[in-house]
Design a protein around this ligand. Sequence first.
Ligand SMILES: Cc1cc2nc3c(=O)[nH]c(=O)nc-3n(C[C@H](O)[C@H](O)[C@H](O)COP(=O)(O)OP(=O)(O)OC[C@H]3O[C@@H](n4cnc5c(N)ncnc54)[C@H](O)[C@@H]3O)c2cc1C
Length: 422
Amino acid sequence: MTTVIIGGGWSGLAAAITLTQQGHSVHLIESAKQLGGRARNVQWQDQTIDNGQHLMIGAYDRMLSMMQLIGINTNEVFHRYPIDITIIDTEFSPLHLSASGWLPWPLSLAWNLFNSAGLKGFIQVARLQSSIPKLLAQQDISVSDWLAQTKQSTRLIRQLWEPMCLAALNTPIDHASAHLLAKVLQDSLGKSKSDADLLIPKCPLGDLFPQKAAEYIEQHGGKVSLRTRADTILVQDNKVQGIMTHDGQTIAADQLIVALSPSQTSDLLTPLIKLNKPAEYPICTVYLQYPTDTRLPSPMLGLSGTISQWIFDRSEQSAGLMAVVISAPGDHEALNKNQLVEKVCQEIHQLLPTMPVMAEYSFVIREKRATFACTVDIEQARLQCKTSITGLYLAGDFVANAYPATLEGTIRNGENCARQIL
Ligand SMILES: Cc1cc2nc3c(=O)[nH]c(=O)nc-3n(C[C@H](O)[C@H](O)[C@H](O)COP(=O)(O)OP(=O)(O)OC[C@H]3O[C@@H](n4cnc5c(N)ncnc54)[C@H](O)[C@@H]3O)c2cc1C
């Protein structure tokens, strides 16, 4: 019994690990020259960086378990910080989201919020938090409608909810799913203190998981083929037979897992299966190399009232290197590389005057189809793992689960697919 897995992103790799661990025969094929998909290594000058800055949280329990299973010491590969985020704004005073202090969780979070947003801000957040059960029991609405219903102030919308929605759902608040944001809030802030911990990888993403995953799969008898694109899925009598690759090779399979992005899945499976293809939104990462002694006051900072949304200090990778994240569609898309870098540097200098006026050099990565858009009612459009064709399974981040497009969600889907086959 051989399972062919199409796609060497984190989902396909998770499926392959789960199957090979049980002694199942696996052949994973990846069209690119490297593994990792939307969370991969990129070469820039003489350094290896990420295709986009990623942030994980303590609640990513399947991701952490999968890493441990293949021998990765998760205490060593991540910086783990208790939540301590400051969002600085062009008009308002800084807002702190922090677990620090002597109070037990979640009182510490509430206390720090009270201190930076005042009693009114604190009451608004509590009102929104307590509206979650009712929200989830009703039909989905947009995040902005939810914020209006719970009477959130302009300041909280701009400095807290909008940055959080963009970071978590990669979708503007006026059409983002309130249900999905509410679930993310419950998952990351509602449970234990460690679930809200921020995990920042110490090494590039490709070294963090994909390379180690491939080693594990091969050591356990699986095969990994790079530069191999699946062109056609071969089906007879409604049962999967295998695939045809771009160079005309036939690979036989008893089961097939398609672990691709929504648009790639749709391109490959239409007309075999009718799929609802969602919109896909971009994420732009601007890498700025400042003089080597340049540091942020904390590992990451939120910026609001600006095009730049988050800035991460990547000095450990290269002294003075910063990664600025801009999620979702927006005005920045109309700027060319030089205009964008200039704008981002100006914004950083305006909000953090100790930072140099300009970076010494820069690199911009625009991932045009970074994630599916988490729009209102998106949950109903998401795919199921099992298809109507015998032996054909779907993984990848768009398969239904309680997460938006995340590494945790996609690993869960890969693992779940493998379990169904086993
Ligand atoms: C810039 C950016 C920032 C992000 N930030 C975060 C974050 O902070 N936290 C978080 O949790 N998530 C984040 N994400 C989302 C996360 O990276 C994705 O959800 C996840 O990587 C998706 O993995 P996947 O395996 O489902 O799909 P993919 O990574 O898209 O993998 C699909 C693979 O299939 C290959 N392929 C395509 N077609 C074929 C074919 N026909 N034959 C063979 N192979 C094929 C592709 O080359 C690719 O390697 C971010 C994504 C981006 C792009």
